[in-house]
Design a protein around this ligand. Structure first.
Ligand code: AMP
Length: 328
């Protein structure tokens, strides 16, 4: 699939002396794995090239992946090839200086709304951007050097963005590519420990969430994490945001929402929307957001808009249940 564009990407990489990687704001395992994995793969294959990943963000739960490169002068960008991974639209690219680069390649698996690259390789049905990078490797296996480190980054992105290989986006191809990464020596025991272990306070917070979550008539589970709660449990915004995953296993709740207040309420309340069977991105799109069919993000401003969003999600759940059988 898309052999010619993959070949064109490899040729561009060959042609440039300096390559810079970019990813999206609010980093996650996939954009981290794809950017770091790609950097490592290019460095190992072409040791004479300069490969930079300048981002400036920090994530507590992904800190184990190590630091990125420090800032560089604007001049450095100008003769570089930019490769932006896992980012659907230019506004979400964390380092806006990508625009200074001579050429831009976009590699992404989100719904295409903004083909900002000079070359755009977008496959919406892929489970992860890391799956695409693994495919770029597998398509030209004899021309790449895949280190254990690169494979570990890519495997991490595949594991996290596919819900541990549970989502319907996971195909045979995805598993075969994941298998290739494992063959390169990924230490899965360590990787899963890094992903699953929680601080004591965060475990306490989890118990609090189960105590305080609510449910609408048609099965939308939700929780609102206020600034006071975050202070009570000493949680970063990022750790508090992981709350959405706590609500995912409730029978009959096909949709679940987490509202996380910003430090400054004028900046609004982050909403993380998740669903199974039914789609939820249409609700996010009505509230300054978007995303995938079953995993989307939005922002609401004030309690009224929060209640409106819950109501809309409830109506979607009702509609879905009335028109479908076999949901759980
Ligand atoms: P999150 O809950 O922030 O992890 O977001 C879930 C998915 O929705 C991710 O794939 C994001 O890329 C996407 N998403 C989140 N917020 C927005 C937004 N404001 N606009 C478009 N897509 C978003």
């Amino acid at each position: 699939m898309n052999e010619s564009i993959k070949r064109a990407i490899l040729e561009k990489i060959r042609a440039y002396q300096r390559i810079m990687l970019f990813r999206h704001i609010r980093m996650d395992g996939d954009c981290m794995g794809a950017s770091k994995g790609m950097k490592e793969m290019i460095k190992a294959t072409f040791p004479d090239k300069e490969v930079l990943l300048v981002d400036g963000q920090h994530s507590d739960y992904l800190a184990f992946l190590g630091e990125d490169d420090g800032p560089v002068p604007d001049e450095t960008y100008r003769d570089a090839l930019a490769i932006v991974v896992d980012t659907s639209n230019r506004d979400r690219i964390s380092n806006p200086k990508f625009a200074l680069c001579r050429e831009v390649i976009k590699i992404d698996h989100h719904i295409e709304t903004d083909p900002y690259g000079d070359l755009n390789w977008v496959e919406e049905e892929r489970s992860a951007a890391c799956e695409m990078i693994a495919d770029l490797y597998a398509s030209f296996r004899d021309q790449w050097v895949l280190t254990t480190q690169a494979a570990s980054y890519l495997y991490l992105g595949m594991v996290t963005d596919s819900g541990r290989f549970r989502f319907s986006s996971v195909t045979g191809d995805c598993m075969r590519l994941a298998g290739e990464m494992l063959d390169a020596g990924v230490d899965t025991e360590r990787l899963y420990a890094q992903l699953y272990l929680m601080d004591y306070e965060a475990v306490k917070f989890k118990a609090f969430v189960y105590e305080h979550m609510e449910r609408t008539e048609n099965g939308v589970a939700f929780i609102h994490v206020t600034g006071d709660m975050r202070r009570q449990f000493g949680l970063s915004l990022e750790t508090a945001s992981s709350v959405v995953s706590y609500l995912e296993n409730i029978k009959g709740c096909l949709c679940w929402l987490a509202f996380i207040d910003s430090d400054d309420l004028k900046e609004g309340t982050r909403v993380r929307l998740r669903s199974r069977f039914m789609t939820i991105n249409q609700v996010a799109e009505r509230h300054h957001g978007g995303g995938h069919a079953c995993a989307a993000g939005a922002t609401v401003y004030g309690r009224e808009e929060m209640l409106a969003l819950i109501q809309e999600a409830d109506e979607e759940a009702k509609k879905y249940k009335e028109n479908h059988e076999g949901w759980l």
